[in-house]
Design a binder for this molecule. Structure first.
Ligand SMILES: [Cu+2]
Length: 353
């Protein structure tokens, strides 16, 4: 760890893909240098060799060379394809989270980072994660564009108002690593940063257990859904069901009245809450009011987490934290609490263990 005030040329390599990014970067430098140097040398060499020795000298004409033209087309083509393929490989690795991730919700705001774990713990400008696990950040912002940047993990992603973006990593080495906002976001942009603490799994479990009993995102969402926002009055099962069925919805394909088929992911749920008439599910009326302006980003995160917890066909991705912690694992099986306001329990969510 570099904790001195000078900036190291290369930050620590602390994620599974850090060395790959570095190798690729070195490769780009190597390619650039091995072209730049011969070109500069050739410029000087030819400038001297073919300088005008007599006034009004006429150079000898040449009429092209098939061999030369072919060579200088094929070689750069091959080299640029290695750059393209290397870059594409790294991109796919970095921006396609694996299935077995631990999710952490992130809300950016001028000028701080707010994190919330699946078990409810909240953090500001600090993020604790276990080493050796796939972590997925589900991110949005309350105001302007921000960008999560963790140099030691060699990864960054924009945080965009009005939508969810994701970032994943697997931190290899316990330690303390800088977290930055990498998108100019106003006056105190430079102060918008913090630290990521990578801990061994057992220390992380202790940390998580000591975090008090915050409401988990799923609990918050459930409370909003059944009580505060009254979503359950239309979306819960039974005679009064006028809204689309939400149990088992997450991750499925939804057919809209327009004939379009969309995937019910986080973004879809979010849009359905904020702009319901934009995507009416086939067989339903456009009667749902918008909740734009009535729910904060954190409440939206809760609602999305709750609807996710109502079950999905492939429930492998869970919002729970470490499997070893028993601290309030929010999942579908905590659901049938005897809440009279939630007739949703008429239709037990698919139980998956
Ligand atoms: Cu920012």
């Amino acid at each position: 760890m570099q904790s001195t005030s000078w900036v190291p040329l290369f930050p620590d390599q602390a994620s599974t893909f850090a060395w790959q990014v570095d190798y690729f970067y070195f490769y780009l430098i190597l390619v650039s240098v091995s072209f730049a140097i011969p070109i500069v040398v050739a410029i000087f060499f030819f400038a001297i060799k073919y300088r005008e020795k007599e006034k009004f000298e006429t150079p000898e004409e040449i009429h092209g060379s098939m061999v030369l033209e072919t060579t200088w087309s094929i070689i750069p083509f091959v080299i640029s394809m290695t750059i393209f393929l290397g870059g594409a490989y790294l991109y796919f690795q970095q921006y396609r989270p694996p299935a077995d991730t631990m999710e952490i919700y992130v809300v950016g705001k001028q000028w701080m980072w707010k994190f919330q774990h699946g078990t409810g713990q909240r953090e500001i400008n600090e993020l604790h994660v276990p080493a050796g696990r796939n972590i997925k950040l589900m991110m949005t912002t309350e105001d302007v564009l921000h960008d999560v940047f963790i140099p030691a993990f060699r990864t960054k992603a924009d945080v965009v108002p009005g939508r969810y973006t994701t970032l994943w990593f697997n931190a290899t080495t316990p330690g303390k690593y800088h977290l930055y906002c990498a998108e100019y976001c106003g006056l105190n942009h430079s102060g918008m940063g913090g630290w990521v603490y990578v801990m061994p799994q057992n220390e992380f479990d202790d940390w998580l257990a000591g975090g008090g009993s915050n409401q988990t995102p799923v609990e918050l969402g459930k409370d909003l859904f059944t009580n505060k926002l009254g979503c359950a009055s239309c979306h819960a099962g039974g005679q009064n069901q006028r809204g689309a069925k939400l149990e088992g919805l997450f991750g499925t394909d939804v057919k809209l009245t327009t004939g379009q088929v969309v995937k019910a992911d986080e973004e879809y749920i979010r849009n359905s809450i904020l702009n319901p008439s934009g995507q009416i599910v086939e067989g339903y009326q456009p009667i749902m009011p918008t909740f734009k302006g009535q729910v904060t980003e954190e409440q939206l995160v809760g609602l999305v987490a709750y609807i996710k917890s109502l079950g999905s066909p492939n429930a492998a991705t869970s919002t729970t934290a470490a499997p070893t912690t028993n601290a309030a694992a929010p999942s579908a099986n905590t659901k049938p609490a005897a809440t009279p306001a939630a007739p949703a329990s008429n239709q037990p969510a698919p139980k998956k263990k």
